[in-house]
Design a protein around this ligand. Structure first.
Ligand code: BTN
Length: 266
């Protein structure tokens, strides 16, 4: 089990993670986050669970959430920003997680698979699910759900081809309290930079340094098409700039497409 007060002790933030809500078991920290928002919980609060019975992934998938091996957390934000800028926060979170892993010297080999998967080798170590709530037609909160595969020693056959953990890749067990605190410390710093311009202009370069497909060929899969393009990097709004085979540039908006490596998931 985690010792939640240890997380608080390691925070250097003004607001991120200053209120921690801890469950041994819950359905989904994102679902609980939404309930807490309706109850008036404040900006920066974080919901943490040791296991989730209905962990949620992107595109309606489930996020398998075994006990104690991982980090399942949701950061609750109440940003005073335009609705159309909120989705960029998911990229801010991805950068915070990668940099936290580096800062703790767990590994420098984590990369970001645009927009917000974190991969090591050719497998995923972290997924992020960002959800919004509205009240009276206005944005009320942004919930950033982060699932990091930390100390798991193996994965079920169904996902072992695409999922890995920090332990599987490095052979080192990671202190989850320290990892959560470090992610919060990094996130707050990046979030303040994001707020200055309400976009990623200050963060795009650092993000692109971590982009796994930078200058590589990838498949862009849309509803009915699959095109081979070259990934160049994100722009200041988090769109992926790609070079088409005829040399034209196009920006791809997250959410509508998936990016696949030429040989598989990465
Ligand atoms: C993805 O599909 O890659 C996103 C996975 C997000 C999983 C995390 S675990 C904590 C939070 N609670 C959830 O139910 N999902 C997110």
């Amino acid at each position: 089990m985690m010792n939640i007060s240890k997380i608080s002790d390691m925070l250097t933030t003004g607001w991120a993670g200053r209120e921690l809500i801890y469950y041994k078991e819950t359905d989904s920290t994102n679902v609980q986050g939404k309930n807490l928002v309706k109850d008036g919980i404040k900006h920066g609060a974080v919901v943490i669970a040791e296991t989730q019975t209905a962990g949620r992934g992107r595109r309606g998938r489930t996020w398998i959430s075994p006990l104690e091996d991982a980090v399942y957390m949701t950061l609750i934000l109440r940003p005073n920003i335009a609705l159309e800028n909120a989705s960029m926060l998911t990229l801010v979170a991805a950068l915070a997680v990668v940099n936290a892993i580096e800062e703790l010297q767990i590994t420098n080999a984590c990369k970001i698979k645009w927009p917000n998967d974190i991969v090591m080798g050719k497998k995923k170590v972290c997924g992020i699910l960002t959800e919004l709530t509205t009240a009276n037609n206005q944005m009320e909160s942004v919930l950033i759900g982060i699932g990091i595969n930390v100390n798991a020693k193996e994965f079920s056959e169904a996902i072992s081809q695409v999922a890995t953990s920090l332990y599987c890749e490095t052979g080192q067990l990671v202190n989850r309290e320290l990892l959560i605190a470090t992610v919060m410390n990094q996130f707050e710093r990046y979030y303040e930079l994001f707020l200055k311009t309400e976009d990623l202009s200050a963060l795009a370069e650092g993000y692109n340094d971590k982009l796994i497909h930078r200058y590589q060929d990838v498949f862009i899969e849309e509803a009915e098409s699959k095109r081979q393009v070259r990934a160049i990097g994100i722009d200041e709004r988090g769109a992926l700039i790609v070079e088409l085979q005829n040399g034209d540039m196009e920006s791809i908006i997250a959410g509508e497409v998936s990016v696949r490596g030429i040989y598989g998931y990465v």
